[in-house]
Design a protein around this ligand. Structure first.
Ligand code: HEM
Length: 283
């Protein structure tokens, strides 16, 4: 099992809040993934291994509770923190609609439909579609991998067990393959981390899409975006001069769309007092 949060500090953990937005796939943007309820919780799902940044959300929540108790939900904090993580890396700034309420249930079975790194492009597309997200949204949101890192854990199969004879994913550029293998040796430490965008890892930009075209994608789900006609067309559309200037705003729109999936409002859910537990549960 990959060690959660290992070797991630400071703003790297903040970046994780962006990926915690994968929470949206788990029955809506209701912060249920933040609930720490042991082995039966969503956090334990394979697709959620490696998620961190929960403490950043907890700290923001504690500060907000001190100034305005019971007003800002944990799910709104996740959406806002994700927006800020993008902006802090020179990405677009966008308005995040707020008013979400927090769910009261975290169940590992809700994670059944989370996109996994080894999913085929057809499966990725269909998992996104089931949530009302288009092929364009799939490409735009995957482009969040322009920042952040992955553990070797998530690319082991791609490097050493992709084909029946134990070969690597042929989509990996032959000049890049030895570099990936050097960083993540066979049966090496699965917790070693490497940038998802090896070219401009610190900056939120379209470089990740160029990487995908050039065989420099690090994780398999990013590489698969170039296998399919529809998603390939979207990738290519953002690589040129005109496309790259539209990228920021289109990404922001996709984020807002994702952030609206299955939102709880009105009398649904609650405003949690702390993000790691539903209200009324003894700590
Ligand atoms: C297509 C579905 C997706 C798959 C299969 C996927 C998979 C992954 C994996 C395996 C990692 C490395 C995790 C780790 O080692 O800790 C990762 C990291 C990351 N993902 Fe995704 N992801 C997907 C969609 C998204 C979306 C929609 C966003 C946000 C809009 C996102 C943002 C990030 C960020 C920022 C990181 C870096 C986290 C860090 O540096 O700690 N991903 N993703």
């Amino acid at each position: 099992m990959v060690e959660k949060g290992l070797k991630k500090t400071g703003d790297m953990q903040f970046l994780d809040t962006l990926h915690v937005k994968a929470d949206t796939y788990l029955g809506g943007c209701d912060g249920s993934i933040l609930i720490d309820n042991g082995n039966a919780g969503e956090r334990m799902a394979t697709g959620n291994q490696g998620l961190g940044g929960f403490d950043v959300i907890d700290k923001a929540k504690a500060m907000l509770e001190r100034v305005c108790k019971g007003v800002v939900s944990c799910s709104d904090i996740v959406a806002l923190a994700a927006r800020d993580a993008v902006f802090l890396r020179n990405g677009p700034f966008y308005q995040v609609p707020t008013g979400r309420r927090d769910g009261r249930v975290s169940d590992i079975s809700h994670a059944a439909n989370i996109p996994e790194v080894g999913d085929s492009i057809q499966l990725l597309k269909s998992k996104f579609r089931q949530k009302g997200l288009s092929d364009r949204d799939l490409v735009l949101l995957s482009a969040a991998h322009t920042i952040g890192t992955t553990a070797c854990f998530f690319i082991e199969t791609r490097l050493y067990n992709f084909t029946q004879g134990g070969g690597s994913d042929p989509a990996i550029n032959p000049d890049f393959l030895p570099k990936l293998k050097a960083k993540c040796p066979f049966r090496g430490d699965i917790n070693v981390r490497l940038p998802l965008d090896p070219v401009t890892e610190e900056t939120f930009d379209v470089q990740i899409l160029r990487n995908i075209r050039d065989g420099l994608a690090v994780i398999e789900s990013d590489a698969r975006l170039y296998d399919d006609r529809a998603t390939k067309r979207v990738v290519d559309s953002y690589i040129g001069q005109r496309g790259s200037s539209a990228f920021g705003q289109d990404f922001a729109e996709a984020m807002v769309k994702m952030g609206n999936i299955g939102v709880k409002t009105g009398s649904q859910g609650e405003i949690r007092r702390i993000c790691t537990a539903v209200n009324g549960v003894p700590l």
